[in-house]
Write a protein that binds this ligand. Sequence first.
Ligand code: FES
Length: 104
Amino acid sequence: MYFLFFTNSIGQQHRLFFEPHSYSNLMEFVRDQGIEDWGDCRGRAWCGTCHIAVTPKNDLVITEIDEVHRLSLLSNASTDSRLACQVFLDKRIHQTEIRYIGDD
Ligand code: FES
């Protein structure tokens, strides 16, 4: 069984179990758990509402230029930043700690 820890926008920590590839991305998975009401652009990497920090980052390398661009516009981005809509729900996020950051 795969799981991750997610700290939401009001500081509550959740342990979420997931089936790899059961959702197209992490943003949709967390939204459907009723934990965050986010994803204004519906996963297009335009809005930044699904901005998160992931630790450890493992091999979650950013590959899409749209994500790089959106993160570069957020003043609260860090080296741990990702957009949840661009993160696949797969084994690479097993046992990671994910914290909501949001757009600024
Ligand atoms: S849903 Fe808009 S950037 Fe992720």
